[in-house]
Design a protein around this ligand. Structure first.
Ligand SMILES: Cc1cc2nc3c(=O)[nH]c(=O)nc-3n(C[C@H](O)[C@H](O)[C@H](O)COP(=O)(O)OP(=O)(O)OC[C@H]3O[C@@H](n4cnc5c(N)ncnc54)[C@H](O)[C@@H]3O)c2cc1C
Length: 457
């Protein structure tokens, strides 16, 4: 075993040992009889997702119970509890009770992932996280927009979030690890935004149309973030949005008025076969840019795997994503190494300069092997722990976040804010990830040993 692999295993075991006890099996920790059931049966999983999807549109508990029983009819092998649920749905009082229970279940699940209905309502949770050693990035739910008015509303909500969070964060206690790295201060307020919510005109065949429309809303947000000293992070969505997003961010950040700020970031998706070239473009842009704050790159595997595969097959194209999970995992580790190795500017003698990095690196995953590979490579190549950020999703990675913070590393929790209706698409995506057979959390739930979990992909 190489030195770095040995270090990785040690780091991974340390993180695993630091997990609070019950969450060694985190899906079980998510109230999750339903989740467990869903992960064991594809038909049941489909029924659960359809229920989550339809919940906001149901007018009454009776209505919800009728939908639930319709979906369950398509499940061949129903567990006993669901058989009983279907029996009670034959009467009006039974349906009322079943609908109420289903609504409570969905709401409960949603609250695990969504920290508040508005930035104001989320402040308590965000401050609590900060005090426990985790920074946050707030994501305002309400994905693709179809009209300019919706896009304007999303931009206004983002601006309001920047104001509310900045006012509140001033009084949070000092947390040096969350507030600075070798390159300087890190903003306390961090907002993640989606380009598809900033314009209704996103079209892969005409990326400049969506880019120009979104720019009109993103530019004022960048100004506000700069003036408030906040960080703005641009999420990455499905591949159709990639070109628009890349061009938009690089063009805007290149404008002279943003030379000194705000701190900003983009996302690199390791499941894309072309992600290596995407990283080349990021590095090329960063080297040529005269901006002072380094560009933060959040490395993820990618949340739109099913969408990309289905879309490509419909067109008769080869999928743009890897089709074997281990390939995404291997590419994630390869990109991690490249990000860590190439993030620094070099002086004329080729010596790296930690005070003026080109990029800040954020590794976002719930896979302990993927996180450990980043920590180990950073240490093995002489990097400081505080120059690496690890990120988790609220609801899925809470316990892992606690373990990371307890290990003295910087962690940021990605915290969705918004109402339940707007949050349903997000929730279904998280449930899909959570119950997929091909996921680290699924493996962990099935009781895989730490050696299996840390094995090289
Ligand atoms: C803080 C944070 C921010 C995020 N922001 C974004 C974002 O902006 N954009 C975005 O797209 N995603 C984002 N994600 C989600 C992320 O892309 C992953 O979907 C999620 O983290 C699961 O990956 P994992 O490493 O945690 O778990 P793992 O279980 O190790 O990996 C699961 C991932 O592997 C990949 N995969 C699954 N099956 C296959 C297969 N058969 N072949 C190839 N690959 C496969 C998929 O990408 C899947 O999500 C974010 C995640 C976090 C933690």
């Amino acid at each position: 075993m190489s030195h770095c692999e040995e270090l990785l295993v040690r780091v991974g075991r340390g993180l695993h040992a630091a997990l609070p006890r019950p969450s060694r099996h985190p899906i079980k920790a998510l109230d999750a009889k339903g989740m467990e059931l869903a992960s064991s049966d594809a038909e049941l999983r489909a029924a659960l997702f359809r229920l989550v999807d339809v919940t906001p549109a149901c007018r009454s508990h009776d209505d919800l119970a009728r939908h639930l029983t319709e979906y369950l009819k398509e499940v061949d092998e129903r567990p006993q509890a669901l058989q009983a649920a279907m029996r009670v749905a034959h009467t009006a009082p039974g349906r009322a009770a079943l609908g109420a229970a289903a609504a409570t279940g969905v709401r409960h699940m949603a609250h695990r992932f969504i920290v508040g209905e508005s930035p104001q309502a989320a402040l308590g949770v965000l401050e609590g996280l900060w005090k426990e050693g985790s920074a946050c990035s707030v994501d305002l739910l309400g994905e693709a927009t179809f009209t300019s008015e919706e896009a304007d509303r999303y931009a206004a909500r983002c601006e309001e979030a920047l104001e509310v969070l900045s006012a509140a964060a001033r009084s949070w206690p000092q947390r040096p690890l969350l507030e600075a790295d070798s390159a300087g201060p890190l903003p306390r307020v961090n907002l993640s935004v989606k380009v598809s919510a900033l314009t209704p005109l996103m079209r892969p065949e005409a990326p400049h149309v969506g880019r120009d429309d979104a720019a009109q809303r993103l530019r004022p947000l960048l100004r506000r973030a700069r003036d408030l000293g906040a960080h703005l992070h641009i999420d990455m969505e499905s591949l159709d949005a990639l070109e628009t997003t890349e061009e938009l961010v690089f063009d805007l950040l290149g404008e002279p008025e943003f030379g000194d700020g705000p701190s900003a970031g983009v996302v690199l998706q390791a499941y894309l076969r072309d992600s290596g070239r995407q990283l080349d473009r990021m590095l090329e842009w960063a080297r040529a840019s005269e901006r002072r704050p380094p560009l933060t790159v959040r490395l993820v595997k990618g949340a739109y795997w099913d969408h990309e595969v289905v879309e490509a097959r419909q067109h008769g194209w080869a999928p743009p994503v890897f089709e074997v999970k281990a390939e995404s995992d291997r590419n994630f580790e390869e990109l991690t190494r490249r990000l860590l190795d190439e993030r620094l500017t070099k002086d004329s003698a080729g010596k790296p300069d930690p005070w003026h990095p080109l990029l800040r690196v954020a590794i976002a995953s719930h896979n302990i092997r993927s996180l450990a590979s980043a920590i180990a490579h950073n240490r093995a190549s002489g990097g400081e722990d505080h120059d690496l950020e690890l990120q988790v999703l609220r609801g899925l990675g809470d316990e892992l976040g606690v373990a990371i913070a307890a290990s003295g590393l910087r962690v940021r929790s990605y915290c969705p804010v918004g109402d339940l209706v707007a949050g349903m698409a997000y929730l279904v995506r998280r449930l899909l990830e959570n119950t997929s057979n091909d996921s680290f959390l699924g493996e962990q739930q099935r009781g895989a040993s730490i050696d299996e979990l840390l094995a090289a992909p």
